[in-house]
Design a binder for this molecule. Structure first.
Ligand code: ADE
Ligand code: ZN
Length: 337
């Protein structure tokens, strides 16, 4: 089997995906028209042309502008359904999806509008396609902790719909220590925790996320390798890194995919996974990320298999279900030999 087909068919989980980052320009125009909202670009092509980013902040400015079109429960439903259909077509069996409530509540949209729309889409897709999902609520780290705390309070009535809390947005200058109290409160309420770290920020932020926020996973983690002791600890504790190759390329965390640390991470024994982050903005969903990094680093079918197995190992799935999904990956590999 050619490696492209092996990648397409292998059962996989996606663990680092911002639902607002799946907002394709075609859907932006459709929803903007329905809501009588203005888009400053004249066409889909013009929007895509604007997606040339110099760094994370550059991207975030455009990403928040796009997300600003989402207004009604139906908008969140349609956005989420479109992603899930794509994920199913790429043999994603399980997806853990980030959402950024503050991006919406900050402009007067109710928390319930956001979560009801997303949740209904997850339920319907589960019934229609059998895809398994989890929701992770991210706090925006460039805003102060009191706003994150207010958001956590708003989320408590929806505790059963959210598996974990996370931390995203502009990393530099916004260390995990800023959010220690809200993460403690979230853990007391029963949420698991994750955080973006070491994307643009230093290894020190990853250590803070582990020690102060007690995270179960690090999102990105590229700069972990700068600190040998930290890397050893991540390996020993089997803390997964949710790596996003095309995102790293588009946000200039790396200059070329060939320089991506993924192979070094795997060789050191880190539990790494492949994910798409914000696929509508970075030129590819999860399979395109697997394909691009495979080509750049000459990965083998065994490497792909390991990454797909890792994606389930690193998930927040209940052990019995996790074992069943891992068995499907093993079966797929056997069948393709
Ligand atoms: N929000 C959406 N995508 C993000 C990323 N790659 N890093 C930080 N915040 C984000
Ligand atoms: Zn991200």
């Amino acid at each position: 089997m050619v490696i492209e087909d092996f990648i397409k068919g292998i059962p996989k989980a996606e663990l680092h995906l911002h639902i607002e980052g799946t907002f394709e320009p075609e859907l932006m125009f459709k929803i903007a028209k329905r809501n009588n909202a203005r888009i400053k670009y004249k066409s889909v092509e013009e929007i895509r042309e604007a997606y040339r980013f110099s760094n994370l902040q550059d991207f975030l400015d455009i990403y928040y502008e796009g997300a600003g079109i989402l207004t009604e429960e139906e908008d969140f439903y349609e956005l989420t359904t479109a992603y899930l259909e794509k994920a199913v077509s790429q043999n994603v069996l399980h997806s853990e999806i980030f959402f950024d409530p503050q991006t919406h509540t900050g402009r007067g949209i109710k928390f319930s509008t956001v979560i009801d729309g997303i949740h209904k889409a997850l339920e319907d897709a589960g019934e229609r396609f059998g895809i398994s999902t989890g929701l992770i609520m991210c706090f925006l780290r460039d805003i102060d902790e009191s706003a994150a705390m207010k958001t956590l309070e708003e989320a408590l009535p929806y505790r059963d719909r959210i598996i974990a809390v996370g931390l995203d947005s502009a990393e530099t200058g916004n260390p995990p220590s800023k959010f220690q109290d809200v993460f403690t409160r979230a853990r007391e309420a029963g949420f698991l925790t994750v955080a973006h770290g070491g994307e643009e920020g230093p290894a020190k932020y990853v250590r803070e996320a582990l020690e102060l926020l007690k995270v179960s996973r690090i999102d990105h983690g590229n700069h972990c390798l700068d600190d040998d002791k930290l890397t050893e600890e991540l390996i020993r504790r089997k803390i997964p890194l949710t790596v996003c190759p095309l995102s790293n390329l588009r946000l200039k965390v790396i200059d070329r995919l060939e320089e991506h640390p993924l192979r070094r991470m795997m060789e050191r024994g880190l539990l790494v996974t492949i994910n798409s982050d914000d696929p509508a903005y970075f030129g590819g969903y999860v399979n395109e990320n697997y394909s691009a990094i495979t080509k750049a680093l000459n990965l083998t079918a065994d490497d792909i298999y390991k990454l797909a197995m890792n994606s389930f190992e690193a998930s927040f799935l209940e052990e019995g279900i996790k074992d069943k999904m891992l068995a499907r990956v093993r079966e797929y590999k056997k069948m393709s030999e």
